[in-house]
Write a protein that binds this ligand. Structure first.
Ligand SMILES: Cc1cc2nc3c(=O)[nH]c(=O)nc-3n(C[C@H](O)[C@H](O)[C@H](O)COP(=O)(O)O)c2cc1C
Length: 366
């Protein structure tokens, strides 16, 4: 049965990839062109304030976000940029308390701070509790500093493929740990097999619960971009090729997804991925509130940028922290008492996958 499904998928992919894409008229960029225009450094020095601020927002949007919802809006002010949640882009099923949404804002804030420093601005990040809460980045003049983390922004991606199974050196682990520590948030690194197998058991339990939940699957599907034209049109969501899958028109991709997206197939994939993994990082908040979720996002983003700078890839395995009933059990497996495990990440070396896209700066300004 599994082979029949795989065969169907391969046949459909090859038929479709050989068909001429008439819809792509000259003015529409190809996916490769859009990806190149997205994942780039600034090619000129920017002195005019509003142009510089827009470029800082571009860097911020290169941050990861849950399901690539890009759940952020940016408010430009003379001495600051405020990042507010775009609640229209919430994921109420997988993220009912908006934990991932605020962690995503933290990831964007960290990119903004790194890019500001490279452009002679020191960014001071505060969580503003008023209203739904916002992340305010005050910008003050400072000597320009292009850090290795800043240099790595266009290289970073969440790489959902298999890694090479080789360990990461002790020096590199130390660098990752240092990058991932924050204010009221710490990172725990695991590299021993029995512990990784223990994490995998929780991933499998969480994944089984999620895949068997119709509402979870429907929400996930709504964020999948099955075809190149769909991803070029929307510039958000989970592009099929970025997860190592073939592109298909939505009507067909959606049907194939229903056939192949099973708990058994997904769990098998996670077992293989975990076997190829050098280690797992878990980010833990001291206090379970929005300010700490933002801080957890900042810590994760520094970790991911440091990893990219060292040629190390990473991908999330968040099922044990997303399934609320599993989270306390996972916390006691980690031995962290009542503290909240925020994010779970595997890391190792391996090939890149096609990058996801981003919406343009104009679309995310308030
Ligand atoms: C808070 C947060 C939670 C995430 N959870 C998952 C997850 O559970 N599984 C996964 O494969 N990716 C997860 N992602 C990764 C996003 O899907 C990814 O960042 C997005 O698709 C954009 O891709 P990029 O990071 O490669 O640019 C998460 C990202 C963030 C910021």
């Amino acid at each position: 049965m599994h082979h029949r499904r795989r065969f169907m998928l391969d046949v459909m992919a090859s038929v479709l990839s050989s068909a001429p894409l008439a819809a792509h008229a000259a003015a529409v960029p190809t996916y490769d062109e859009a990806a190149r225009a997205t994942w780039r450094h600034t090619d000129k020095s920017l002195t005019e304030k509003s142009a510089l601020q827009r470029e800082l927002v571009h860097y911020a949007t290169l941050a990861p976000s849950s399901h690539n919802t890009q759940c952020w809006k940016f408010k430009l002010e003379p001495q600051s940029i405020t990042i507010v949640a775009d609640l229209a882009r919430r994921c109420p099923v997988v993220d009912p308390d908006d934990h991932h949404l605020y962690a995503s804002l933290g990831c964007a804030a960290e990119n903004l701070v790194q890019a500001a420093a490279a452009n002679g601005l020191r960014g001071d990040v505060r969580f503003d509790l008023a209203g739904q809460g916002a992340v305010r980045v005050e910008l003050d003049a400072a000597p320009a500093m292009r850090s290795p983390l800043f240099e790595a922004i266009p290289q970073r991606q969440c790489t959902r493929g298999e890694y090479d199974g080789k360990p990461v050196s002790v020096e590199d682990l130390k660098r990752l740990e240092k990058a991932g520590m924050g204010n009221g948030v710490r990172v725990l690194l695991f590299t021993d097999r029995p512990k990784l197998d223990g994490v995998l058991e929780y991933v499998v339990q969480g994944n089984t619960a999620q895949v068997n939940d119709r509402t979870f699957v429907d929400e996930l599907k709504a964020w999948i971009r099955f075809s190149e034209s769909e991803v070029l049109d929307r510039r958000d969501g989970l592009y099929a090729r970025s997860s190592g899958n073939p592109t298909l028109p939505r009507w067909l991709g959606s049907r194939v997804f229903n056939l192949v997206f099973t708990a058994k197939a997904e769990n098998k994939k996670y077992v293989k991925q975990m076997r190829s993994t050098a280690g797992v990082a878990v980010f833990v908040s001291e206090t379970n509130d929005k300010a700490h979720w933002v801080e957890a996002g900042r810590c994760y983003e520094r970790f991911a940028l440091q990893a990219a700078a060292l040629g190390i890839r990473n991908a999330f395995l968040n099922q044990p922290v997303e399934v609320a009933a599993l989270r306390p059990q996972f916390a006691s497996f980690l031995g962290i008492g009542v503290q909240r495990p925020d994010l779970i990440v595997r890391f190792g070396r391996g090939p890149a996958l096609p990058p996801s896209l981003r919406r343009p700066v104009e679309a995310v300004l308030v």
